[in-house]
Write a protein that binds this ligand. Structure first.
Ligand SMILES: C[S@@+](CC[C@H](N)C(=O)[O-])C[C@H]1O[C@@H](n2cnc3c(N)ncnc32)[C@H](O)[C@@H]1O
Length: 458
């Protein structure tokens, strides 16, 4: 059934699109597109092609490592999802990978200011070397857990998460080589993916969001290094949140920013943004994704290079920094890579062995989760260590599909001989089994949040 769309929205889109309006409306009544971004390390363990595992329509033109699916499967039935072998993404948003590949530094410091549920953080993390570091944040308490869960599944130790808004980044002026702000927006580009969002749309939603979007942009730009890049994205068609914000960046920060053209995008049917709206001339280079032109949802982007220091207005530091101490952790299993362990608020984390290089920076941020969690003071292993891209050296137990599903429900599909074992499905670890008690019994320590569930954090 066609989605009933607000008349003011339709009127605006007709004005923007002219002759293309009918094609746009038809596309809104088609099914939304789904893409799979394979984990660069974990997917290779399956020794399968994406085409063998999914019903693939084709590659994502702007990021050919990922595929567009013919139809959306029930991902909760796939143990590989729970092992972090891939992430499910909307294809247009994968343009972040293209932009980062062109302008990002794989060994640099990267910020994702509006993180949850984590699709773009995962893209950035996948393109970083082990010597790069990502800081990702999400302020909304109900949305933060999805970010943490997805990052744990991705299994990398070179990142930190904050439950904080963009002000946390402004405390670190000129630090990050690449900053992404995929801002909260009116979500018009997601109407066919999330038809419920139409109900929350009002004619003034975009205008209302503009102020918070500009605050986020300012904080993001403050934290960007001189010479570094700032990528602004939305999933709306509303010029007030798109082109007018991009132009505002140029008008407000003047010679401290440079708008970067991305002419290659047009080869994929992504179009240049509007050159005028509401009597305001737009000189910023901006790009729009329309569902009748690309196999993806509505999306918008503008890329800037910071060319000079931006002086922040005096800000009250809204958050407390990260307090931690180094720890000599006695793990009952061996990790096959150099690392350090730190402790903060009774939680222990594995961090990269070069951590001292970023220690001062990290101390200033309200970090909630860093590296990956490890258990040092109990024999119950931490789930996050089972999902590492360099898994612990222990016994490995391959499971059938049915046993993998049993395991993910919290059951014990097998007895183990040693004290610890990793269970895997198609070569991808899903979690631990361990022995405890007298007499020792095999137990499944998988936390409730990581068990099989139908509503996935996507
Ligand atoms: C479009 S979503 C981000 C999606 C995410 N980048 C991804 O790819 O999975 C925008 C996010 O910004 C968060 N947000 C809201 N206000 C914010 C603020 N002041 N600073 C930073 N993020 C904010 C929202 O809660 C929401 O989760």
């Amino acid at each position: 059934m066609p989605i009933p769309l607000p008349s003011q929205f339709l009127k605006r889109m007709q004005k923007i699109l002219g002759e293309e309006f009918k094609g746009f409306l038809d596309a809104l009544n088609e099914s939304p597109r789904t893409a799979i971004r394979p984990h660069p390390i974990k997917w290779s363990w399956t020794q399968r092609s994406l085409e063998e595992h999914f019903s693939v329509e084709g590659r994502v033109p702007w990021f050919p490592d990922a595929v567009v699916l013919k139809e959306k499967p029930e991902f909760w039935r796939d143990p590989l999802f729970f092992g972090g072998a891939y992430y499910v993404q909307e294809p247009s948003g994968l343009i972040v990978s293209h932009v980062f590949k062109r302008f990002g530094k794989p060994d640099g410091l990267v910020a994702d200011v509006c993180g949850a549920p984590g699709g773009k953080s995962i893209q950035l993390l996948s393109l970083l070397n082990d010597t790069g570091f990502l800081v990702s944040a999400e302020p909304v308490p109900a949305r933060y857990p999805a970010l943490e869960e997805n990052i744990i599944r991705w299994g990398k130790v070179n990142q930190a998460l904050m439950r904080a808004d963009s002000r946390a980044f402004a405390t670190l002026p000129n630090q990050f080589d690449f900053v992404l702000s995929d801002v909260p927006c009116s979500g018009e580009g997601m109407f066919r993916k999330e038809p419920k969002s139409v109900r929350f749309w009002k004619p003034n939603t975009g205008k209302k969001l503009q102020a918070i979007q500009r605050q986020i942009i300012t904080n993001a730009l403050i934290s960007t290094k001189v010479g570094g890049y700032f990528l602004y994205t939305t999933c709306t068609f509303n010029p007030e949140e798109n082109e007018l914000n991009a132009q505002w960046v140029i008008d407000t920060f003047g010679s401290a920013v440079r708008s970067i053209p991305l002419p290659e995008l047009t080869q994929w049917n992504i179009v240049e943004g509007l050159d005028e709206w509401d009597g305001i001339k737009i000189s910023a280079h901006t790009y729009r994704f329309y569902p009748h032109r690309v196999k993806g949802e509505g999306f918008f982007l503008a890329l800037f290079q910071k060319t000079d220091v931006i002086n922040p207005e005096k800000q009250v530091n809204a958050y407390r920094g990260f307090d931690f101490k180094p720890l000599d952790c006695q793990m009952p299993y061996q990790l096959p890579f150099e690392h350090r362990v730190i402790e903060s608020q009774n939680k222990q984390f594995i961090v990269p062995e070069w951590f001292d290089k970023i220690e001062a920076m990290v101390r200033k941020l309200p970090i909630k989760y860093i590296g990956q969690e490890v258990a040092c003071e109990t024999n119950k292993p931490a789930h996050a260590t089972a999902l590492l891209t360099n898994p612990p050296l222990t016994e490995r137990i391959p499971l059938s599909y049915d046993d993998a599903m049993k395991y993910l429900k919290g059951n014990v599909p097998r007895e183990i001989s040693d004290k610890y074992a990793l269970v895997e499905y198609l070569g991808v670890p899903l979690g631990w089994l361990y022995k405890s008690g007298t007499p020792p019994r095999t137990k499944n320590p998988i936390p409730q949040t990581f068990r099989l569930k139908r509503s996935l954090p996507l």
